[in-house]
Design a binder for this molecule. Structure first.
Ligand code: BES
Ligand code: MN
Ligand code: ZN
Length: 497
């Protein structure tokens, strides 16, 4: 998708292959550009308004084909909601909604004339279009041309083109990160197994990241029996990816750290999952995917921060060599774990990845991301991820970023009295705590691997990493890239400079 900014007279940009999109606010208040288009077309918008139920509410659109008096082939009036509430998120929604309506119209160019956008606002419109235009079509060889998107270029009207382009460079870096995540999460597990995942992350070194890949032999030396136990039934070698971004003025300044669950496929192992819906478990690396996309975004926009990304990459398979229920493994922390259910594998992977992260990097804080429990979907539904944390400041920073970027997050409790639910008579702990509060006992399990005093947050993104159908114009169905925007925002607002 090509995004360009234009100023002044749009006439030259409009042609028989173009859609002109303008805004209307609630109660049919036309923006200046909409008024101009209405005048030029001899009142086409006003006539269309009286012929339908368009009110200018958010994401409502009014599509006028072949308007007389205008050069554009199509005129799209986009509802923007209340004028007083027209913030950056509303601009995103309007730009993405416009794109969704006309993407397969057969026309090649979309011109967004949102009257009087600041450079920052125009950049955000471009960002939203990038996200809206995402599609994973790598394996579709027989799609008919008329079913494919036709819009290949989006022009955004802004008075200061140079300033808009500067602002867009930052936005585009974040979009690149989200898209990197979506691509990883969309790939099927026969293509994206731990070593392939690691290879794709290694390729990010061109952005200035440092990436180390540890294999099973190295992890054995480190004593990562918990992570390795999960992968031991797979033909694919488990990997630990260690990504470093040194963007702070002081390269030795204490880093922030992010750890991702990267289960490239989760069959459940010997505690095997039912066949129905098991294909979804290719997205069980969504946490590692988000951490990868975040690191990509931070490096692309040269964030002034030192950041660490750790990915625990495994495949959870049933096999003659697979881990059995009842097995006891020793984690890198020295704590032993009785594996009651081999399907509660994400926490086993995180236990060692998180310990390694603290041990080696002594970070300011750790945020881990994981498609950890089905129970979080039961608790919060499909839009909210669950936040579990031992630190109110870190939590508040995450929640503020979540609001700013429209990636919904809800804080859940970590009641100490539930911790005994994961005690085991045979080992230091067991890996499940029963059905009740399943997401909470999973988080309490991870908490046992956090050293005293370290601010930590766990984001259970099983609910948000994948969308079965599109619910937001910036998030097409499939991989969402959830977490990249949120964490990038938190770093930008609270931990840079
Ligand atoms: N990867 C799953 C959780 C999951 C479920 C992610 C649905 C996305 C959508 C995780 O490894 C798992 O299997 N969790 C079990 C835990 C149980 C065995 C305690 C679950 O949620 O059922
Ligand atoms: Mn599982
Ligand atoms: Zn899993």
């Amino acid at each position: 998708m090509q995004i360009d900014f234009v100023s002044g007279d749009l006439e030259a940009s409009l042609g028989a292959d173009a859609v002109l999109a303008v805004l209307a606010f609630e109660e049919k208040v036309l923006s200046p550009a909409a008024q101009a288009a209405d005048a030029a077309s001899g009142g086409a918008i006003q006539r269309a308004l009286s012929a339908g139920r368009f009110k200018g509410s958010k994401s409502q659109t009014l599509d006028i084909l072949a308007p007389g008096g205008l050069k554009a082939a199509r005129l799209l009036v986009v509802g923007a909601g209340k004028q007083a509430e027209f913030d950056l998120l509303a601009i995103e929604q309007a730009a993405a909604a416009a794109f969704q309506v006309v993407k397969a119209s057969g026309l090649a160019t979309l011109v967004l004339d949102f009257s009087g956008l600041s450079p920052e606002q125009a950049a955000r419109a471009g960002f939203a279009v990038r996200l809206a235009a995402y599609r994973f079509d790598r394996y579709r060889t027989k799609e008919k041309p008329e079913a494919k998107p036709s819009i290949g270029r989006v022009l955004i009207a802004v008075s200061d083109v140079a300033a808009a382009m500067t602002a867009y460079a930052t936005e585009a870096a974040v979009a690149d990160g989200v898209i990197f995540t979506r691509d990883l999460v969309s790939e099927p597990a026969n293509i994206l197994y731990p070593a392939e995942f690691a290879k794709r992350v290694k390729a990010l070194e061109t952005l200035g990241l440092e990436v180390e890949i540890l294999g099973e032999a190295e992890m054995e030396k480190l004593g990562m029996g918990s992570l390795l136990g999960v992968g031991q039934g797979s033909r694919r070698e488990s990997q630990l990816a260690v990504i470093q971004w040194k963007g702070a003025a002081d390269k030795d300044a204490q880093p922030v750290a992010f750890v991702g669950k990267g289960v490239c496929f989760d069959t459940g192992g010997i505690s095997i999952k039912p066949a129905d819906g098991m294909e979804d478990m290719k997205f069980d690396m969504g946490g590692a995917g988000a951490v990868s996309g975040l690191m990509c975004a931070l490096a692309s926009r040269k964030a002034k921060v030192n950041a660490i990304g750790i990915l625990g990459l495994v495949e959870n398979m049933p096999d003659g060599n697979a881990q059995r229920p009842g097995d006891i493994v020793t984690s890198m922390s020295g704590q032993t774990i009785e594996v009651i259910n081999t399907d509660a594998e994400g926490r086993l992977v995180l236990a060692d990845a998180i310990w390694y992260c603290q041990d080696r990097f002594k970070p300011k804080f750790i945020v881990d991301l994981a498609t950890l429990t089905g129970a979080i979907i039961i608790a919060l539904g499909n839009d909210y991820a669950g936040l579990f944390s031992n630190d109110d400041t870190l939590s508040d920073n995450l929640l503020a970023a979540s609001k700013a970027e429209n990636e919904p997050l809800w804080r859940m409790p970590l009641p100490p009295q539930y911790d005994k639910l994961i005690d085991s008579p045979a080992a230091d702990m067991k890996n499940i705590g029963g059905r009740a509060g399943g997401s909470i006992t999973a988080a309490l399990f991870i908490k046992r691997f956090i050293k005293d005093g370290l601010p930590w947050a766990h984001l259970d993104i099983a609910s948000t990493a994948w969308k079965k159908s599109a619910s937001d114009p910036t998030i097409p169905e499939g991989a969402t890239g959830y977490g990249v925007r949120l964490l990038n925002r938190m770093v930008a607002d609270k931990y840079e400079g």
